[in-house]
Design a protein around this ligand. Structure first.
Ligand code: C2E
Ligand code: CA
Ligand code: CA
Length: 446
């Protein structure tokens, strides 16, 4: 789809720079990114999706002055160059564009409200004042070029956390970001001890007890700060994946030991495994060897495999690895359940212990009847198959309560806690066990 859409955008691509560009006093670049495009592509057909993108680009294009160029960097990613505006003025324009972008759109008989995240990067070339300063006589200030600013804004946008989804943020131009792509590979970063496992708790809906933590990778990049996997994972090679899993596994098993040592009852730790690794011969043996080396019982390790593992189970090595792990006692979670292929076959074949209901089903489940129907259907399926269900991305008490009442076994999400470094889990566990006694018990329905 992307090629077609890019072609579609070509006529609307406007690059109307002013002739006195070199004398800009300030430059700002605003990037607006349409979010949830994958989900939208699954909900809308190709034509409706293209229609949405075209509508959006036309709405945004009409909302700016002809000499504020608009570029479509990729489908759903728009760049606006705002010249000679104070930071405050640029922010005002950015807010207006952001609002316009998020206005309701009618597509194929459906009303959609696009979710758009924005990053505005402002660079000031110095402030010139005085009533007689004619613009034509001003020296050209030393401003970063447009491409550098776009790159700056793009990096900011990529590094935004999930909680900033749909928000507009202002950033000063940061020279340390300029031309500082991810210079090292994740393998180099691991060797330099820059990759750290952060942990997000999972909680039992019936008792409120902690049932485990999911390990999520974070890269402490020396120039760019803490990077989430969405920033670095798309560029990872197979070798990087192997190195990442190894690092995450080691840190997770060591974390279990630390929790045990501190007297906390943390039954399991979950590690995300890519389909590529699952298809590596001997992967299960290495993993079981690691467990043995750390003297950790296999049933304390949860392997999170993506729901799309279903179709790859035609691969013999994937089948062997999953069977070996399951037989040894490792628990297997089906991650992002509901977003991929319904892998009933995989559930049956590989002794999946738990499905993780994707956040897209959980968001707003307490108020949205459509979400509720889907959740009930998935929970009924899980119950029939005799496997547990965990709701992911639970952000509010209401969503938590709804899932508990519908019979969901466990939840994970910001409503309980965000992912945190190991050191912070100690404090969290202390606070959680102190508060556990006061927690209202949310009874399971029926
Ligand atoms: P995931 O496995 O589905 O992990 C859940 C993601 O949702 C995490 O994002 C987590 O921070 C975020 N999240 C948790 N609760 C909430 C919530 O209430 N609201 C919202 N909006 N988000 C929430 P994160 O850490 O950025 O990880 C993104 C993805 O990267 C993960 O999705 C996983 O697929 C992948 N990933 C992370 N670490 C690893 C790893 O070590 N190995 C592999 N292969 N993949 C990893
Ligand atoms: Ca996961
Ligand atoms: Ca997930």
């Amino acid at each position: 789809m992307s090629k077609n859409v890019t072609r579609l955008f070509a006529p609307i691509l406007r690059l109307l720079g002013r002739p006195d560009q070199a004398r800009d006093l300030s430059r700002s670049v605003l990037l607006l990114q349409l979010e949830n495009t994958e989900l939208l592509s699954r909900t809308l057909d190709k034509a409706a999706m293209s229609h949405l993108l075209v509508q959006l680009s036309m709405t945004l294009g009409r909302a700016v002055r002809p000499y504020d160029p608009v570029r479509v960097l990729s489908p759903g990613l728009f760049a606006f160059v705002l010249r000679n505006r104070t930071e405050r003025d640029a922010m005002q324009v950015a807010h207006r564009l952001h609002r316009k972008g998020q206005a309701q759109i009618s597509i194929a008989g459906q009303t959609l409200t696009p979710v758009i995240s924005g990053a505005l990067v402002h660079a000031d070339g110095g402030c010139l004042t005085g009533p007689n300063l004619a613009r034509d006589h001003l020296p050209g200030p030393d401003l970063p070029d447009i491409e550098t600013l776009i790159d700056n804004a793009r990096q900011r946008l990529q590094a935004t956390s999930d909680s900033d989804l749909g928000r507009l943020r202002l950033y000063p131009y940061d020279t340390t970001l300029a031309g500082a792509p991810l210079v090292a590979t994740i393998s180099d970063a691991i060797n330099a001890d820059q990759v750290e496992a952060w942990f997000q708790p999972q909680v039992c809906c019936h008792s409120g007890a902690i049932t485990g933590f999911e390990a999520l990778a974070r890269w402490n990049h020396p120039a760019r700060g803490i990077l989430a996997p969405g920033v670095f994972m798309p560029q990872m090679s197979e070798a990087d994946h192997t190195a990442l899993t190894q690092a995450m596994l080691t840190q997770s098993l060591m974390a279990l030991k630390e929790w045990d040592g501190a007297g906390f009852d943390v039954p399991t730790v979950s590690v995300n495994i890519s389909n590529t690794e699952l298809s590596e011969r001997g992967f299960a043996d290495c993993l079981l060897w690691e467990l043995d080396r750390h003297e950790i019982r296999p049933d304390r390790l949860v392997i999170e495999v993506l729901e799309s593992v279903g179709p790859v189970t035609s691969n013999a090595d994937v089948r062997v690895n999953l069977r070996k792990l399951s037989k040894a006692g490792c628990h297997i979670d089906l991650d992002d359940f509901g977003t991929g292929y319904a892998s009933l076959d995989a559930i049956r074949q590989f002794g999946i212990h738990r499905i993780k209901l994707d956040r897209s089903f959980v968001t707003g489940c307490d108020i949205d009847p459509g979400q509720q129907r889907m959740i009930l259907a998935i929970l009924a399926l899980a119950e029939r198959l005799g496997i547990a269900a965990l709701g992911e991305g639970v952000e509010t008490r209401e969503e938590h309560a709804f899932l508990a009442q519908m019979g969901c076994d466990e939840v994970q999400g910001y409503a309980i806690a965000r992912p945190m470094p190991l050191s912070a889990t100690m404090d969290f566990l202390r606070r959680h066990s102190a508060a556990a006694a006061d927690l209202p018990s949310i009874a399971r329905r029926g």
